[in-house]
Design a protein around this ligand. Sequence first.
Ligand SMILES: Nc1ncnc2c1ncn2[C@@H]1O[C@H](COP(=O)(O)OP(=O)(O)OP(=O)(O)O)[C@@H](O)[C@H]1O
Length: 757
Amino acid sequence: MSHIKIVDMTNESPVLPLSDLDLAKTNFKVKVRIICTWRRLMNNDKSRTLSIEFICIDEQGNKIGGSCLSNFFYKFERFILPEAVLVINKSLIGDNNGKWTVTPHKYKLGFNNETEVVTDSNWNGSKYAINFTSFDDIIKCKPSQTTSFDIIGVLRNCPPIKSKKNAKGEVTNRSRPDHVWDKTWKILSDGITFQLQLNQNPQGSSNNDDALRNRTLFEIEKMLRRNGSSLHRFESMPYPDEASSLLLENQMISEERLYDQERMDQEYQSLFMKLTDEQRSIYNEIMSAVNNKKPCMFFVYGYDGTGKTFLWNTLSASIRSKKQIVLNVASSGIASLLLPGGRTAHSRFRIPININENSLCTLNPNSDVAELLKETSLIIWDEAPMTNKHCFEALDRSLNDIIKSNSSSRKDNFFGGKVVVFGGDFRQILPVVPGGTDEDIVNSSLSSSYLWSKCKVLKLTKNMRLTIGAGSGDVDSIRTFAEWLLELGEGKLGGENDGHAIIDIPDDLLIKDSPNPFQDLIDFVYPSMIENYKDPFYWKDRAILAPTNEIVYDINNLFISMIPGEEREYLSSDCICQSEDIQEGADAGIYSPDFLNGLQLSGLPSHRLVLKVGVPVMLLRNIDKKNGLCNGTRLQIVYLGKRVIEAEIISRNNVGHRTFIPRISMSPSDKNIPFKFKRRQYPIAVCFGMTVNKSQGQSLSKVGLYLKNPCFSHGQLYVALSRVKSRDGLKLLILDEEGNVTNKTLNVVYKSVFSNL
Ligand SMILES: Nc1ncnc2c1ncn2[C@@H]1O[C@H](COP(=O)(O)OP(=O)(O)OP(=O)(O)O)[C@@H](O)[C@H]1O
């Protein structure tokens, strides 16, 4: 039902014939007799009922279809019986425009919590709803194409219906990966055939199908393992043969040892030569711990541009040139793209999403990942301050369990005795604690962990971005801007303050008062948008930032309407996870599909996604890290299909690379939601505008910061302003409480977070 309206019917409202139903009418009830009922099963689990469907007829002989979702069975199931005469009050009505319609009526009825149903013993309409007519008579009366008939028939013959059995021997019709495999393996193996032919390998010839299938399965298994999965998860799928399986055994370790030693050595030599004194001293200290296998924890503290990534590259090349293993991880997908062979910490170490002080990583001591961790010489974890301390602690405990070190005392034995280097800047946004106070946020950061006292802080202070690559004319202006930003990040602007200070923004960074200041902000960030919107490079480095999702949502809707072209709407399918113990009765009504559709949660795509070709979007999930597709990657829409969306990468690595984005099922990890639900939708959000939190880790050349409301949490203003490297790329539009343009805004800095550094 696409246009749904709740019909408010008071007890005094008249009983209307079904022919008079109209979305515009708000005050009526209907009296009907149920003709027939049937159950609609869930698409993804045919053992469960989605809804009871029914057809009913009124006393005038008009028919209408209706539906009652399983959430409301507790209230209505006993009424929806063939032959029952019902008076229905406060029902939902919606368009009857599905692919298959059971009555020609314009509308359908629906039940929800508001609906009232009572039985009635009086019926003045036809007793039988169906008038049987012979088929010959129907043909004789030459029906027009729009005439509808009730037809009754007998099933004489039917081809066998294929069904699958699950492990318990029950018949299910869930997704059938083996079926997809059988139908598509030839297409999937195309690239391999091509490669084999290039290498003049006889396996490429078509008479060796078994070998080709095996090789294709092997490549699929490699991909799955890289992403923490395996073909073993899909019972019905074939698995590569034994010889190939042996090759897969230590896939993770062999991939980490696959680096070309000679090339790594050259890279290391060239980077090492360039290290500054402070970088070199940090490098030496870390490498000495690695070479002596001395358990150590370091925190490299440096703001943007001080050469942290440069240092990680040097350390990685040095270790890899000796065929040793270094694991590079970052707290966000976007930051992990900058690291050589980088992954997100959560995916690399299998850190649980909902974390607490007792959590452990889901690492089986005999798994490939555990073996990899045992072999690892150094772990580098970039952007550490934005991660909750419980994540580091979970890894610490898990590594200690996996690696039973000889060290006698637990207090010397952190992270299983590995050398671990964290990096980042505590001026940036700290871990998000939903509903948490300032104190909760500071308490959740790495510097409040029991690990911190063992962590040696090494500081990088020289802004390398100023020294390298900037023209001499730029240096002064970049330096002044960088120094101002550092002061802002440490809460030193706005006079003596307790961390909440009103600061003045310099004039040249402001959008001034004008008839339409927001349009001025748009013109600054996206000049000549209509002429340029098709060019992916136009979108590459620009964004309007705002502190909250609501404002970003409004900005994106406005932009969508400005871009030429046809809109396409994608609606999600939302459902409660089957494991949830939703009480029949009260709870079921609350979690109706309408309610689930209305949930807007951070990190989850909208129920209603409106897109146009040319629009920039951001991925909300890590899809394929190897090809640069992770949470935060920005893309431009190229094609909007029915089941797939094609888009081209416009940010950072792999710019210009095209990819297909499928619909996937996502469950929000928001602890404030007291139940688990799944949303099946494209994992993207339109990104003309994005939240300041989401922009952390992005490097942009043009930023417009829209402060309709001020930034409210530690580091937000600093992060927003430091997305650009030079001040000409930045403008702020600040509104006061009356909506007037101002030059003053709130800067929030939790100063206690710096006290342990
Ligand atoms: N010793 C060095 N010699 C030459 N170039 C360097 C050196 N250190 C850093 N750079 C260059 O300075 C720039 C900033 O360094 P880098 O990206 O490593 O800093 P960062 O602290 O990681 O900053 P961000 O967090 O913004 O990525 C880069 O272009 C990098 O190549």
